[in-house]
Ligand binder design. Structure first.
Ligand SMILES: C[S@@+](CC[C@H](N)C(=O)[O-])C[C@H]1O[C@@H](n2cnc3c(N)ncnc32)[C@H](O)[C@@H]1O
Ligand SMILES: Nc1nc2[nH]cc(C(=O)O)c2c(=O)[nH]1
Ligand code: SF4
Ligand SMILES: [Mg+2]
Length: 213
């Protein structure tokens, strides 16, 4: 299949349980919960997105005809230093990566020596061979992927109480303050919630604090 990619870049994972780790990010084009156009935001199922995932015009973006071609483009971003080989990590995100991430691409990344992580909204089942599954549920949508490595809830979301998620099969539970107009209030609210509900930890978007991509 042909993969549509907005951008590919090396950075530090900014969020969740792998925050601080070097990773190549592959951001796929397109999402099933929003068109990505500002004029459609009010009627979208997900209205707080902080990301441009339209088109293939970002750094390293484009159309990739095969899994092997895309895997090679991702691997080229990793530092050449041989000591770093065992730490190879790719994070597939978007947009919604599970619209495109398939067994062929996961397998091609494993052949290149990469651990494979995904950031998904949980409305599409994740292939079982993914090494690190981060699910970030969205209010008013059907959660299909109810297990994984970490559940990262953008907080607060009217209509989605964290307590309704705590019985799901995840190793880690994070509250990530919603970025936007009320960010400072949202950070304080998330801190208060974590203090009272210790199953939850705080996930700050550290790449925004440091100004890296
Ligand atoms: C842009 S999304 C792409 C992956 C996938 N579509 C999803 O929603 O999980 C990457 C991460 O950013 C989070 N996110 C998006 N907008 C945000 C915002 N305004 N504040 C905090 N986190 C946000 C998402 O919940 C998700 O965990
Ligand atoms: N540094 C960095 N970490 C991230 N973790 C999740 C991201 C995403 O947009 O999916 C993201 C991102 O865009 N940048
Ligand atoms: S589901 Fe993810 S990519 Fe899609 S609009 Fe929401 S935050 Fe953005
Ligand atoms: Mg992001």
């Amino acid at each position: 299949m042909t993969y549509s990619v907005k951008e590919i870049f090396l950075t530090l994972q900014g969020e969740g349980g792998q925050a601080g780790r070097a990773a190549v990010f592959c951001r796929f084009t397109g999402c099933n919960l929003w068109s990505g156009r500002s004029e459609d935001r009010e009627k979208a199922q997900c209205q707080f997105c902080d990301t441009d995932f339209i088109g293939t015009d970002g750094p390293g973006g484009g159309k990739f005809e095969t899994a092997e071609n895309l895997a090679s483009a991702i691997a080229l971003q990793w530092p050449a230093d041989s000591d770093s080989y065992s730490h190879r990590l790719v994070v597939f995100t978007g947009g919604e990566p599970l619209l495109q991430l398939d067994d062929a691409l996961i397998s091609a990344m494993h052949k290149q020596g990469f651990s494979v992580a995904v950031e998904s909204n949980g409305t599409i089942a994740a292939p079982e061979t993914i090494d690190w599954v981060c699910i970030s549920p969205k209010a008013g949508t059907d959660l299909v992927q109810t297990s994984g490595t970490e559940l990262k809830l953008v907080y607060p979301q009217p209509g989605l109480d964290p307590a309704s998620l705590t019985a799901l099969d995840f190793k880690h539970f994070w509250l990530q303050p919603m970025d936007g107009a009320n960010q400072q209030d949202n950070i304080q609210a998330a801190i208060r919630y974590c203090l009272q509900h210790p199953q939850w930890g705080l996930s700050l978007q550290t790449h925004k604090l440091t100004g890296i991509p």
